[in-house]
Design a protein around this ligand. Structure first.
Ligand SMILES: CC(C)(COP(=O)(O)OP(=O)(O)OC[C@H]1O[C@@H](n2cnc3c(N)ncnc32)[C@H](O)[C@@H]1OP(=O)(O)O)[C@@H](O)C(=O)NCCC(=O)NCCS
Length: 207
């Protein structure tokens, strides 16, 4: 009887601690958003940690809609936390009701994500190759980072599985699904399931 009561008490304490922790993470989130000059709507929240924001002071911008959720460590497919990085004169724009699970987004020019899109744990979205594709130029410290940059646009109601890489210039049409572990290098039309490396057409979306 005493053991059972202690067990219930311990569970209640743990629950209380996680509620306090969640509250604290969300207070910290608001501070971090403010410090990074991120525009955001109502109901933006974070779970299990606070995402990293790295916004270039030379007109880098992050615009978040309402009810966006940042899931960090702890979900079955999430072993990292969300990171959003924006270069000079670049922008990340995320519409309402988007869910990000330990996702890393890097915009040198522009990455946009449509409403109700869900992105699985460990996925990365980049609008640049980061480095020069000419090996001679990569030896030159002044030129090694002169990379191609093409904006990425992810439509509404898209579902991207865990551990995908969405490369520069890609446009993913609304309602489409990207299978777990895919590398997307080409545009994906609306209402299609694509997967693999490089991602290829699998079938049409049902429904
Ligand atoms: C894409 C997905 C939704 C397809 O599910 P499904 O409709 O049940 O598909 P099936 O298992 O019947 O497979 C259909 C075809 O897609 C292929 N396929 C499925 N998953 C794939 C993947 N991750 N990569 C490459 N091809 C894949 C199958 O090999 C099969 O090909 P075939 O017709 O030539 O045999 C599912 O495999 C998936 O990746 N879900 C994402 C899970 C996830 O990461 N969730 C996020 C957690 S945060």
């Amino acid at each position: 009887m005493i053991r059972r009561s202690l067990f219930i008490l311990m569970k209640a304490c743990l629950k209380l601690m996680s509620v306090i922790e969640e509250y604290w993470f969300n207070v910290l989130l608001k501070i971090v958003l403010f410090l990074n000059r991120v525009e955001y709507g109502e109901g933006v929240k974070t779970v299990r940690s606070v995402p990293d924001f790295n916004v270039n002071l030379k007109n880098g911008k992050i615009k978040l809609g309402s009810r966006i959720t940042f899931n960090n460590y702890g979900e079955p497919s999430t072993n990292t936390k969300c990171k959003l990085m924006v270069g000079a004169n670049a922008e990340i724009k995320i519409a309402d009701n988007v869910g990000l699970n330990g996702v890393i987004i890097y915009a040198k020019k522009r990455v946009s994500i449509g409403e109700y899109t869900l992105i699985g744990g460990g996925t990365k979205v980049f609008d640049t190759d980061f480095h020069n594709l000419d090996w001679k130029e990569r030896r030159n410290p002044q030129k090694m980072n002169e990379a191609r940059i093409i904006p990425v646009e992810i439509g509404s109601d898209v579902f991207i599985g865990t551990n995908c890489i969405i490369c520069k210039g890609v446009h993913i049409g609304e309602h489409s699904i990207i299978a777990a572990g895919s590398v997307v290098v080409k545009d994906i039309p609306a209402n299609e399931v694509w997967g693999g490396n490089p991602a290829k057409f699998i079938r049409k979306v049902i429904g």
